[in-house]
Design a protein around this ligand. Sequence first.
Ligand code: BES
Ligand code: MN
Ligand code: ZN
Length: 537
Amino acid sequence: MRIESASANALPADLVAVAVPVFSGPEGPQPAAGVSVDLAGATVPTVLDPAWCKRQGFTGKVGQTVVFHAVGPATARMRTGDGTGTGDVSAARPDTVLVGVGEASALAGDAGLETLRRAAAASIRAIGDGGAAAFLLPDGIALPVARMAEAVALGAAMAGYRYETYRTGERPARLGRLVVATESPSEVIPAAEGVARGSRIADSVSLARDLVNQPPSSLTPWKFAELFVRRFRDVSQLTVEVWDAERIAAERLGGVLGVARGSSQPPRLVVVEYRPDRPMEVRGRVPHVALVGKGITFDSGGLSLKTASGMETMKTDMAGAAAVLCAVDALAALGAGLRVTAITPLTENMPGGEATKPGDVLTTRNGKTIEVLNTDAEGRLVLADALALAAEARPDAIVDLATLTGAAVVALGGDIAGLFGNDERLVAEVRAAGERAGEPSWPLPLPDDYRSHIDSEVADMKNVGRAGKAGSIAAAMLLREFVGAVPWAHLDIAGPARSDEQVRYLAKGGTGFGVRTLVELLTSVRFAESVVRDAGE
Ligand code: BES
Ligand code: MN
Ligand code: ZN
């Protein structure tokens, strides 16, 4: 689907549908947009008849839709035009799709943006296939037009996503083009900026979803690395380095090697550097952020083998790595002003004859030793090395994303990521960026008293905590040992990395969770200013 913007009185003539946002309210649902303009022959109501809405069960709550079909008999009685006349409506093309956006007062701030994403997604699903359709931006809302247009484009593009690589036979038809329409012609330029940004971010999110959805034996560590080598080869601001097993051994990444040992597929480690053409400066230097993503291309559990059902979705275990690299993909395209280093350890976790055994001790990049008591707690082993590498680069901050623990799903469910860190300001910035992006996370503590949960009898630490107790915290606690004094935030995305239903703008399968948070964070000027600290701060 192509997405563009236009003024509502200059819409293409060939629209199959126009989506009109509708507020809920005490007097019944009322249109929020574009009511006074000529919409290429569409019948767009200024006022909705409350009784009619009631019969339809349409209240205007977020994401609800009603479609007036343009052909065939009149489908509704409502007041039209300036709101004076009441009568049967026999609309000409295009169809009108009423889409609920909830209470007018709620269409503001971060929540308002998420409402628009959901409303755009609901509209796309209601419209179905066709050449082109329009979505009218609501009027008189306390949100910048560019941000609204971005949200609509992103919600629509994400809702249009399908993973079809392995489907034979005919592909279902889809909508070819969506026009985000503004009430006033002067808003078209900011709307176009928002649409461009939203569409570009959605492209990177789609790639992350594709990678998560790809079958694990077709996305091995080397193929994963190759894909980004090829994709980034011609991007002047990006350099990609791929470490093979030999280099990984030479660099003493004992955690990655320990996890990879049971697999016939050799591991890789991808390091991407983003150096902006137009860098921003904060207090005389360019902010530098390191991103780290867990890239287990398949997690069988290793010798601590998972159950059959526990393994079903474990191709998802590289979602952190995908999110990190796809965020860099978007940041380069958007021209972010910060310097970014992305590090993704990539390996399978398999139970081969050479596999690491419970009781084995691994020596990691920074020299610390980890006793492996459960080979299924492998994410923290590969992240230990990657975080240590990131810390060596002395960035202003490190943010890691990982499908790390089932316990995070128990605690927060499928929609919310667990958020940890060693720096309150950074954690607050990550949380706020996720909120703006529609990717919620919730902070969990790292109490020093729980450090004893990962005390080992033989090594510096063990890779499991206490059975049934704060499993996500124990994992994050181990990660903290590898970041030194660098401000660090960790998102445990085990829940939101995939969706088990088609809901909002998500499809079943990979969600690309984290891409939007990272793009929002790393294009935020406030974040850039907060992350560059003076000595002693
Ligand atoms: N990749 C899993 C975590 C996971 C579980 C992600 C479910 C998404 C859904 C991770 O490697 C793992 O297996 N963690 C173990 C740790 C335990 C052995 C200490 C877990 O959560 O059970
Ligand atoms: Mn595991
Ligand atoms: Zn895992």
